[in-house]
Design a protein around this ligand. Structure first.
Ligand code: GRF
Length: 195
């Protein structure tokens, strides 16, 4: 833990692969007065991820890892998590599945955001499947990460209506705003009850 203004702050690492809107909302949350977290590291498997530009703007250290060799990539990640004294991880659009090697080291300390009402629509292409199945509702979920894909304990969920004329794109566009709002709230809720 790092002491800032006399208060302990969790050192958080955010894993991304792309745009980084959830990363941005977590950064903003971390900068609030009396925040309990500091985002100390951003990990990306994609060197072109737009989220890296956001991280740099906020002067957050970035680690880019090549996933051609997953084992080596995860070793590099673990080394850097340790080096930066990271004690909590938020997955925010990270498109790789993290293995037990990382999960066991950070057991109960990894959150993920998923754009569906879990346990429905685990995995990829959630919006496409929701539209195809003519669901009336969709939503997003923040959950703990365990070794099973998108299956850990649910921390917070928000439901939205799927509109008549919605397609994959319009649904995703509406939902991402909800995701960005909900992730910090879920993190705050989780930290206040678990750490
Ligand atoms: C979000 O929809 C998130 O739920 C999913 O990937 C997307 C990431 O978006 N896992 P962003 O990079 O945070 O903008």
């Amino acid at each position: 833990m790092e002491k800032l203004n006399g208060k302990k702050r969790l050192k958080v690492c955010v894993f991304i692969s792309g745009r980084g809107t959830n990363l941005k909302s977590l950064i903003k949350f971390s900068q609030k007065k009396n925040s309990k977290i500091k985002i100390s590291l951003v990990v990306s498997n994609n060197k072109k991820a737009k989220g890296l530009v956001i991280a740099k703007k906020y002067k957050i250290k970035c680690l880019i890892v090549n996933y051609l060799n997953k084992n080596k990539a995860e070793d590099k990640i673990l080394t850097n998590l340790k080096k930066n004294n990271i004690n909590f991880i938020c997955l925010a659009g990270f498109m790789k599945i993290i293995s037990k090697k990382i999960i066991n080291k950070y057991s109960g300390k990894i959150l993920n955001i998923h754009p569906s009402l879990l346990p429905k629509y685990k995995g990829l292409d959630t919006h496409k499947r929701v539209i195809m199945n003519k669901e009336k509702f969709s939503g997003c979920t923040i959950h703990l990460v365990n070794p099973k894909l998108d299956s850990g304990k649910i921390i917070l969920q928000k439901k939205i209506k799927v509109l008549k004329n919605d397609d994959e794109k319009s649904l995703a566009k509406r939902l991402i705003k909800i995701e960005n709002e909900l992730y910090p709230i879920a993190l705050k809720k989780f930290l206040s009850t678990n750490l």
